[in-house]
Write a protein that binds this ligand. Structure first.
Ligand code: GUN
Ligand code: FE
Length: 458
C-alpha cells in the first residue's frame, strides 16, 4: 500500500465535496493514475463496477483496504507558523501583541541557527503528515537558509505545501533582534525563495509552491507592502497574511491607514486569487465582498481566535456570502497541530455566537440572532475540500481529476479505540463520531498524490 499510483483501490469512507453534505461511499473503486490523480470512481451498483473490479484483479492492481478502515480526504491546514512548533501548547496567557514580543519573536529569531531549524522543521513536517495534514500553508521566518530548508523538507517528505518567507521591516513594531534590515532585504529574500522552490529539481509536480508573506500590516512599512504586492504580481505568486485578527490589530490599521485591513491590503495589491487571510474576525460586510471579488480566502483559526482575539469569526455569514474559507491550526497561536481539533473547535466556537457571553439571553432572543451554527458536515468540508478550493489546488475530495491525498482511519487502533456502536449508528453519524474522537493513533496511513508519506499497513 506504499504506492497506490497505477492501482485501483477498494475502499469505504467519506468525503464532502459540497459544503454541508457528506457523501458516504461503501466498497467503492478509486482508480489512481501514474501521476497520483484520481482517474475513475465507481460505486458498487454502477454499470462498470464489476468489469473494473475484474480487470483490476486480473492485472493484480487491486488494493483492497481492510473492511473496518475508513478512508477520508487528507486535511488542508491553511495557516501554520512553522517556526512556532516548539511552543505549541505553551505561552497562551497574554494578548497577541505581548505574545509576539515576549515569546514568539525570540523563538523565531532562533532560526538563524540552521541546525536548530533542521531539528524543529523535521519533526514538524513528520508530525503534521502523521496527523493527516497532506497540504500545509506555512509562514517561515526572515531567515533565507531556514526557509529554503523548510521547502526542501516538504519536497523530500512529500507534503503538499506553500512556503512563505516572512517579511517584517517596521522598526516601530519589530524588535532589533528580529527584523528585516530594510525593504531590499525582504524583497531579495522573498524573490530568492520563489526562485529556489520553482527551480528545485525534485519539485517538478509543484508539490511545494512559494507564497508572498507580509507578516501583517503592523510589522511592515507601507513601502514594503507595496513592493510585496508588485512582486507577487510580477512572479504570478499568491500571498498570505494576518487580517483583522484582534481588536488591537484591527484598530492599529484603522488608525495608521484610516481604513480596514482588507481595504489596505487590497490597495497594496496583496489580495490575489488564492490569497490566504488568517483569522478575519473583525472584517465588515464590505470587506467580505472585496475578499470574495478578489477570490481570496479566509483561514478560520477557531482555537487561536479564542486565545488571542476573544472573538468568533462570523463563519456562517461568510459562507452564506460565498466566501472561500478553509481551516487553520495557526500553530502555535492555537495549541493543537491536529486538524481534527480545528474541526471540533469550529463547531463548538460557532455555538458561542448564539448567545455570546450573555447568560441572560433567552432562547427566543438567541433564535433572533439567526443561523450561526456550523455542524460537523460543514466543518469537515472546510478542513478538506474547502481548504483545497481556497488555495486553488485539486485536493480535498475523491472526485475524478483530484489528487489522491487521503488518510486511512483505523477506529480499532489498539491504543486509541474509537467506539462506533455500528448496531446503533450509521452513515454520517459514524463520521461524526470519528471527527470528534479520533487521535493520531487512529491515522494508520497518509497518502499524498497516491504515495504513502506516513503510516503503515493495517
Ligand atoms: N499576527 C502577527 N504575527 C502573528 C503570529 O505569529 N500569530 C498570530 N496568531 N497572529 C499574528
Ligand atoms: Fe497566525
Amino acid at each position: 500500500m506504499n504506492n497506490l499510483r497505477g492501482k485501483t483501490l477498494r475502499a469505504t469512507g467519506f468525503h464532502a465535496p459540497v459544503c454541508g453534505e457528506i457523501d458516504h461511499f461503501d466498497d467503492s473503486l478509486i482508480r489512481i493514475g501514474a501521476d497520483g490523480m484520481i482517474e475513475a470512481v465507481l460505486r458498487s451498483g454502477d454499470d462498470a463496477y464489476e468489469e473494473t473490479l475484474r480487470s483490476a484483479r486480473q492485472s493484480e492492481s487491486l488494493v483492497d483496504l481492510p473492511d473496518d478502515a475508513i478512508l477520508l480526504p487528507g486535511f488542508v491546514d491553511l495557516h501554520i507558523h512553522a517556526p512556532q512548533y516548539p511552543q505549541l501548547g505553551n505561552a497562551l496567557d497574554v494578548p497577541l501583541e505581548v505574545w509576539l514580543q515576549t515569546y514568539t519573536f525570540p523563538l523565531e529569531a532562533r532560526y538563524a541557527d540552521l541546525a536548530f531549524a533542521r531539528r524543529s522543521y523535521t519533526v514538524l513536517v513528520d508530525d503534521l503528515l502523521a496527523s493527516g495534514t497532506t497540504t500545509a500553508v506555512y509562514f517561515g521566518t526572515i531567515h533565507d537558509d531556514a526557509n529554503r530548508l523548510l521547502a526542501d523538507l516538504c519536497i523530500e517528505k512529500g507534503q503538499r505545501a506553500f512556503v512563505g518567507r516572512v517579511a517584517m521591516d517596521n522598526p516601530e513594531e519589530c524588535p532589533d533582534f528580529y527584523r528585516d534590515a530594510g525593504v531590499a532585504e525582504a524583497l531579495t529574500g522573498t524573490a530568492g525563495l520563489i526562485e529556489h522552490i520553482r527551480s528545485h529539481p525534485d519539485n517538478k509536480d509543484e508539490r511545494v509552491r512559494p507564497i508572498v508573506t507580509p507578516r501583517f500590516i503592523p510589522s511592515c512599512t507601507d513601502e514594503l507592502l507595496g513592493e510585496l504586492g508588485a512582486l507577487a504580481a510580477a512572479h504570478d505568486c499568491t500571498t498570505q497574511t494576518h487580517c483583522s485578527e484582534s481588536d488591537w490589530q484591527h484598530g492599529y490599521v484603522l488608525e495608521r491607514h484610516g481604513m480596514t485591513d482588507t481595504e489596505s491590503l487590497d490597495r497594496f495589491g496583496l489580495l490575489r486569487s488564492g490569497t490566504v487571510l488568517a483569522h478575519g474576525n473583525f472584517i465588515s460586510e464590505s470587506d467580505m465582498e472585496k475578499i470574495k471579488v478578489r477570490q481570496s480566502a479566509i483561514a478560520h483559526c477557531a482555537l487561536s481566535n479564542i486565545y488571542f482575539s476573544d472573538a468568533v469569526f462570523p463563519l456562517k455569514s461568510a459562507l452564506q456570502k460565498g466566501l472561500r474559507v478553509g481551516l487553520g491550526t495557526d500553530i502555535s497561536g492555537g495549541p493543537s497541530a491536529s486538524m481534527f481539533d480545528s474541526v471540533r473547535s469550529t463547531v463548538s466556537s460557532a455555538r458561542l455566537l448564539e448567545r455570546g457571553t450573555d447568560p441572560a439571553l433567552s432562547r427566543e432572543e438567541r433564535s433572533r440572532r439567526g443561523d450561526v451554527r456550523i455542524d460537523f458536515r460543514e466543518a469537515f468540508h472546510l478542513a478538506t475540500a474547502g481548504g483545497g478550493h481556497a488555495v486553488g489546488l485539486p485536493v480535498g475530495s475523491f472526485e475524478v481529476g483530484q489528487q489522491f491525498d487521503a488518510i486511512l482511519v483505523d477506529p480499532d487502533a489498539p491504543r486509541g479505540t474509537i467506539r462506533l456502536w455500528p448496531d446503533l449508528y450509521e452513515g454520517d453519524q459514524i463520521l461524526q463520531t470519528i471527527l470528534f474522537n479520533a487521535s493520531r493513533a487512529n491515522i494508520a496511513s497518509v497518502w499524498v498524490g497516491g504515495e504513502r508519506r506516513s503510516g503503515h499497513d493495517l
